[in-house]
Design a protein around this ligand. Structure first.
Ligand SMILES: [Zn+2]
Length: 211
């Protein structure tokens, strides 16, 4: 069973993809994780990725495609896999459809307003702990419970950076949904719920369609 999880930043798609993978014993495939694996192990692909990452450039589609193909060809993927963060655009989708089939494309829907609310509430501490103003606040406002340092907002979670990522998602990723919709394998779930409620919706889609 090959599954893709789509969703904007803040929708919890990574968490959901990992949950499904773990509970169904499928490999969880995220482009971010694979890049880190190749970089850490200094593989040939990793050396190619490093050239872009170290100079602050986006990894080109051709290289991302090659890395995904390499991962999907591993023996553990024969039972199925859960993809997170790929395909991200039309070129990647075309490549994916040449190398494998997709059984379910699941979109975790979340309004921009809600995504911004979730992401901009994130706070970090130098010690590595993270908090959320609303969902996981520190005991004393603005101060880390563990190390007592001032909490801060990461560059990635600044309003402008969030708006930019959402815009790219709308422009490049959302148009892909029509492709899977035409194949009858696109399912939308409501992301403005708890982690467990979103998971139950996805599980409902997968079990129903399988039965
Ligand atoms: Zn701290």
């Amino acid at each position: 069973m090959n599954i893709i999880i789509f969703g904007p930043q803040g929708s919890g798609k990574g968490t959901q993809a990992e949950l499904i993978a773990r509970r169904r014993n499928f490999p969880y495939i995220s482009t971010g994780d694979i890049f880190r694996y190749h970089l850490k192990n200094k593989t040939e692909l990793g050396q190619q990725v490093a050239e872009y990452v170290n100079t602050g450039q986006l990894v080109p589609d051709e290289l991302t495609n090659k890395i995904i193909q390499d991962r999907i060809n591993q023996p553990d993927c024969t039972v199925g896999f859960v993809l997170d963060g790929y395909p991200r655009n039309q070129k990647q989708l075309e490549f994916l459809s040449q190398i494998t089939t997709v059984d379910y494309a699941i979109v975790i829907e979340l309004s921009d307003q809600e995504a911004i609310k979730r992401l901009s509430g994130r706070l970090a501490s130098k010690c590595g702990l993270s908090y959320h103003l609303e969902f996981n606040p520190s005991q004393q406002a603005g101060i880390c419970d563990k190390c007592g340092d001032q909490l801060f907002r990461r560059d990635d979670d600044q309003p402008q950076a969030i708006a930019q990522r959402l815009a790219i998602y709308h422009q490049e990723t959302e148009p892909l949904f029509a492709v899977y919709e035409n194949k009858g394998i696109l399912h939308r779930v409501n992301g403005a719920k708890t982690i467990d409620e979103v998971y139950q919706q996805i599980e409902g889609v997968i079990s129903q369609a399988a039965g």
